[in-house]
Ligand binder design. Structure first.
Ligand code: BG6
Length: 473
């Protein structure tokens, strides 16, 4: 605990949420459909309703946040609550909801950090090509401007959450709609177009002189060769370019460096794929690249890669990740298991060193990064309510405490070596709906009984509070 006394006053100690994963109420107050609604219904595996019923119960979750020492919360605005089709006339009920929510946060001393897009593209725009359609970037910019003009109480903005997760899950892994597999052209184009959308919004925010700060969120997955050989190192470099470097370069350098493009071109060539960069695109990225006030870094796990010389295949079954499923990517490499690294209930690698490594790397390679927050980190587990539960039951989750403790230690180590990381948001504040895993993968500090929406405190929340109380005020 004493370690955290080295943190600066005002260090952000938060909990993270995302609109579609917590709000529920997907069919009320004029909300439009996202790309998920019909898809989930057709799958029939789980429904986004009621999720954690945050739409109605946010005062309870904000009260818990306050009680357990948090000083910040990550939220996202559901684009479709405000513009049901992604454009047109705003829906007042949606606007009012977010004003009420932000007020509740601020009245309780919980600073809201707000994303404009967290995996929930409006269905209308998704049907029209989603990020692959450049017209949709215009709609995103209009929606962002509306939010900046309307929600003046919000001072900390993120444009898009995890650009790679969208591109990769939609077009490579196929576990997000529209379920394309190894469509390399779409995946790389989506990355570029999302970067453009981000950069245009940052430029709008700065040129418009809005009061507040802005950035974006990348999930970074360090890629290590396993075992270490020159061939495996090259496979790891290729995967890193596709998953990390392309987006980091585009965001914080405003150019795709020759080193990154050499690797990306190798992947494109092997897959007969191409990237379309239009005249003026790079000027937009360049202009925005020095204007991000902060960088939100989500970290869960590294992956381990080996060389592979065959066609793409993926036996992804909806619960694993490429870190441990047999994921083979033509022209890149294959994911392999490192037996020395422990894993979660979902076979995700547990490796706090990866967080330290990636923090060091971005701070060295991307000097335009001014400030970093860990915007997501946490442990997804199978957890049940114990027999004979009462309102006062505390759910025991020692593995989560251990996980967070180790990752906070990695953060502190990086900080002590000069990395300017000033906040940590646990994923997640309360148990939530998980995109590919529904309701049985729990990350929360607070247990949610999804049958009646009751909240129970987990031991990790008590531990989190102790840490918050120990930090300099
Ligand atoms: C991040 C997302 O990728 O990982 C969250 O931003 C997501 O929305 C989290 O829930 C954990 O992923 P999963 O699949 O375990 O829910």
């Amino acid at each position: 605990l004493n370690r955290v006394q080295s943190l600066p006053k005002g260090f952000i100690w938060g909990g993270a949420t995302a609109a579609y994963q917590v709000e529920g109420a997907t069919k009320v107050d004029g909300k439009g459909k996202t790309m998920w609604d019909d898809y989930l219904q057709a799958q029939g595996r789980f429904s986004p309703d009621p999720a954690s019923d945050f739409y109605h119960r946010y005062p309870e979750d904000i009260a818990l946040s306050k009680k357990y020492g948090l000083n910040a919360i990550r939220l996202s605005i559901a684009w479709t609550r405000i513009f049901p089709k992604g454009y047109g006339e705003p829906v007042q009920a949606g606007v009012d909801y977010y004003h009420r929510l932000f007020k509740e946060c601020l009245d309780n001393g919980i600073t809201p950090y707000v994303s404009l897009h967290h995996f929930d593209s409006p269905k209308t725009l998704f049907d029209d090509g989603d990020w692959l359609n450049r017209k949709n970037i215009d709609y995103f910019v209009d929606y962002a401007k509306f939010c900046f003009d309307e929600f003046k109480e919000v001072k900390n903005w993120f444009t898009i959450n995890e650009l790679i997760s969208l591109a990769f899950s939609q077009y490579i892994q196929g576990n997000f709609p529209p379920n394309h597999h190894f469509d390399v052209t779409s995946a790389i184009q989506a990355q570029h177009n999302e970067l453009l959308a981000h950069a245009r919004v940052v430029n709008l925010f700065k040129d418009g002189g809005y009061d507040g700060r802005i950035g974006l969120i990348h999930v970074l997955q360090p890629v290590y060769p396993y075992p270490v050989t020159p061939e495996n190192q090259h496979a790891a470099d290729l995967d890193d370019a596709f998953m990390n470097a392309f987006l980091l370069d585009g965001t914080f350098k405003g150019e795709y460096t020759p080193k990154t493009m050499k690797l990306i071109n190798e992947i494109l060539d092997a897959n007969d794929a191409h990237l379309d960069i239009q005249l003026g695109d790079m000027d937009i990225l360049k202009k925005a690249s020095t204007r991000n006030d902060f960088f939100g870094l989500n970290y869960y796990q590294p992956s381990f890669f080996a060389a592979y010389d065959g066609d793409s295949t993926n036996t992804f079954n909806g619960t694993g990740t490429k870190g441990t499923t047999s994921f083979k990517f033509k022209g890149v490499g294959q994911a392999v298991k490192n037996p020395d690294i422990p894993t979660t209930d979902w076979d995700w690698n547990i490796d706090p060193e990866g967080l330290y490594d990636i923090l060091k790397r971005v701070s060295i390679e991307y000097p335009n990064i001014k400030e970093i927050f860990i915007t997501e980190n946490g442990l997804g587990m199978k957890e049940d309510l114990p027999e004979g539960v009462t309102d006062d039951t505390i759910i025991d989750d020692p593995k989560r405490i251990d996980f967070v403790d180790q990752h906070v230690a990695a953060l502190l180590k990086a900080r002590s070596e000069g990395v300017n990381v000033n906040g940590y948001f646990i994923w997640s504040l309360q148990d939530q709906f998980s995109w590919a895993n529904g309701y049985n993968k729990r990350y929360g500090l607070f247990f949610v009984d999804f049958t009646n929406q009751k909240r129970y405190v987990k031991k990790s929340a008590l531990w989190y509070k102790e840490l918050a109380d120990t930090m300099p005020k």
